[in-house]
Design a protein around this ligand. Structure first.
Ligand SMILES: O=P(O)(O)OC[C@H]1O[C@H](OP(=O)(O)OP(=O)(O)O)[C@H](O)[C@@H]1O
Length: 184
């Protein structure tokens, strides 16, 4: 039987997030100056971050969205599943920057990187707001070009677009989330 989890302390305040997003936007603006840049926000978790980051990049970017999901109804990583409509963008010759709320196992970003190669982009990099630390080395976990915050292992988070069981995405801050105990 699954019990409810619990929303915990604030890990990153909305002010901290805002300030880090501005810094990331400034880096990206510098690195991609003069290049054709397409930002791809990964729904649902990346929605808030991608919307804010896009406004912090001072370049004429294209903004696209893709909807994926790996976690069925909780915290167990599984297969990457595509949901909803796929990209119908022309990415040929464009520099693509995937915008994700977080990287955990890396399955989602690895799947996207491989999937997007068929679109013929000039490059594919990623920008994640949070990189979850892993004690165990995960083979071939993608290395994002931009990382907002490093998060200690064993921390589950919610807020600022990120859910637990599809709740709490609307919180302005990012909180720790105490996962429910799984009883037999
Ligand atoms: O590195 P990974 O282990 O692949 O985990 C990262 C992904 O997991 C979460 O999405 P989720 O599958 O929960 O879907 P959501 O974005 O719709 O909440 C998160 O938003 C990332 O997209």
């Amino acid at each position: 039987m699954k019990t409810d989890g619990k929303l915990g302390d604030v890990l990153f305040t909305s002010a901290q997030i805002r300030s880090r997003v501005q810094e990331l936007g400034a880096h990206i603006t510098r690195d991609y100056a003069g290049k054709e840049l397409t930002l791809i926000g990964v729904l649902k978790g990346g929605a808030m971050f991608a919307a804010d980051l896009a406004r912090a990049v001072r370049l004429p970017v294209s903004l696209e969205w893709i909807r994926l999901s790996t976690y069925a109804d909780g915290a167990v990583a599984g297969e990457v599943r595509r949901k909803g409509v796929d990209l119908d963008a022309d990415l040929c010759g464009r520099h693509v920057l995937l915008v994700e709320d977080l990287i955990d196992s890396g399955l989602t970003l690895a799947w996207l990187r491989d999937h997007l190669a068929a679109f013929g982009p000039a490059s594919v990099e990623s920008c994640v707001l949070m990189r979850m630390h892993k004690e165990d080395r995960i083979e071939n976990r993608p290395v994002p070009r931009y990382v907002g915050f490093e998060v200690p292992s064993a921390t589950w988070v919610a807020g600022y677009g990120i859910d637990y069981a599809d709740r709490h995405r609307n919180l302005p801050d990012i909180h720790e989330y105490q996962l429910p105990a799984i009883a037999a």
